[in-house]
Design a protein around this ligand. Structure first.
Ligand SMILES: [Fe+2]
Ligand SMILES: [Fe+2]
Ligand SMILES: [Fe+2]
Ligand SMILES: [Fe+2]
Length: 447
């Protein structure tokens, strides 16, 4: 199975891949026995299919050629059937909030795995930046789960991912002008970079959509509904950041090819890393369907633009596969070195470098002028009031002394310059990582 190139595979005819009801509605997983990373893969692939769906719909809305729109409609119907099949793997007895823990665990471990293998420093820094925010979301939702359901969050994450604060959610609310990165030029970048941008954009977009939908459906408390609203607004920032990295000069058909290639890569990675035999069978069937989509996208690109697939994906052989696994030491290193950062225009910068009239402070003053009204802070306060300290699952004390007090939630770190460590590094590494400057639309970005 090494050196797999989906362009070398013989595709099944597309019309043969429509599914019937017995396939579309699968047996859902057992929430007590299923591995946490199997649940994460299901959330990831649901989000990937969601992106396939909405990319295709927007393509169709901008396409004047009805023959091409019919081809897109065929592909899109199968993406929709795949999404239906995958999303109902979630069992009926798993609550909205339990499922949310999987969303944020996926965000933490997927982002870490992608950041570790990402060759482009702009993209890697973007990943490390949002990593600490999703890590903090996991801590806030876990406290809500413990408080309102009495369920142990450590068990849900399988002990794979630590649960403790990082950049406090209150400090993540930035002015929208500070959410755009320079886009990455596909012609000059590694295939892994193109895949990583597509994968993380779809995953974060799915998280944003999920919170948009479930905030009003959370029926346990107003506090929970308010927390979904708040964290949903941060996911909105994350989607803006990640999608801004996508090459804006690609044509719709080039982008379609890259979308299908990304789906092939993800299902192939899921197939090779899945421990649940039933779910592995689903990944295998989906891979087969995606290989048909990829070949269709390749043919359409040639038919309408006279371009060979190699002009978009020079070598079709997959790079190293994506494997979800624990990243405890990595996350600790990023917390220790970059928690005090924020975004300013298109750069990641230490909070202390902002001028007092920066948009960040203006926006913070509008949203968070009364700290007692901020839901992510209220949740921790409520847990402390009830049980004397916040809920954590940690293998050692927090890397930052500022985040070790379990009896008082930190609401100033990365928000108030005087309360933020000044020795923060920009990218979490000491190596010189400016070599990718030429691959971005604005040249130098992080200094
Ligand atoms: Fe798909
Ligand atoms: Fe998050
Ligand atoms: Fe996120
Ligand atoms: Fe597809």
């Amino acid at each position: 199975m090494h050196n797999f190139n989906p362009f070398d595979e013989k595709p099944v005819p597309i019309e043969k891949t429509f599914m019937d009801w017995s396939v579309i509605y699968p047996c859902s997983y057992n929430k007590e026995e299923t591995d946490a990373y199997t649940k994460c893969r299901i959330v990831l692939m649901n989000g990937t299919e969601f992106e396939a769906q909405w990319f295709s719909r927007n393509f169709s809305r901008h396409c004047p050629d009805n023959d091409l729109r019919r081809e897109l409609a065929i592909l899109r119907r199968i993406e929709q059937q795949q999404q239906k099949r995958i999303s109902c793997l979630k069992p009926k007895n798993e609550s909205i909030l339990e499922h949310t823990i999987t969303y944020e665990q996926l965000a933490v471990d997927l982002t870490s795995v992608l950041a570790k293998q990402e060759p482009n420093c702009t993209v890697r820094n973007a990943l490390n930046f949002a990593l600490l925010e999703d890590f903090d979301h996991l801590f806030r939702y876990s406290n809500l789960l413990d408080l309102e359901y009495g369920i142990c969050p450590e068990k849900l994450v399988g002990g794979y991912t630590e649960i403790m604060p990082a950049r406090p959610t209150i400090s993540e609310h930035r002015h929208p002008v500070d959410s755009i990165f320079p886009y990455v030029n596909n012609k000059k970048s590694d295939i892994l970079t193109k895949l990583n941008i597509n994968i993380i954009t779809a995953a974060e977009q799915q998280t944003m959509n999920y919170y948009m939908n479930v905030a009003p459906l959370y029926d346990k408390s107003d506090l929970g509904r308010r927390l979904y609203q708040e964290i949903g607004l941060i996911e909105e920032e994350h989607v803006s950041q990640y999608e801004s990295l996508k090459d804006t000069t690609s044509t719709w058909l080039e982008d379609l090819l890259l979308h299908e290639y990304t789906e092939c890569y993800l299902y192939y990675s899921c197939l090779l890393t899945e421990c649940d035999p039933c779910i592995r069978g689903i990944w295998e069937e989906c891979l087969c369907q995606e290989i048909s989509h990829l070949h269709k996208a390749k043919d359409l690109l040639y038919q309408y633009e006279r371009k060979d697939w190699q002009q978009v994906i020079p070598c079709g052989t997959f790079p190293q596969i994506l494997c979800l696994r624990p990243n405890i030491d990595y996350v600790r290193k990023i917390i220790a070195t970059t928690t005090g950062n924020t975004q300013s225009c298109s750069s990641i910068v230490p909070l202390g470098s902002l001028s007092p009239c920066a948009p960040f402070f203006e926006y913070q003053d509008i949203m968070n002028h009364d700290v007692c009204c901020v839901p992510s802070h209220n949740v921790i306060d409520a847990r402390i009031d009830c049980k004397g300290k916040d809920y954590r699952f940690q293998t050692a004390p927090n890397p930052l002394p500022e985040l070790r007090n379990r009896c008082e939630d930190n609401v100033t770190l990365a928000r108030i310059p005087e309360c933020t460590p000044s020795e923060t590094s920009v990218c979490g590494t000491t190596e010189n990582c400016c070599q990718c400057k030429a691959n971005t639309s604005e040249g130098t970005v992080f200094w």
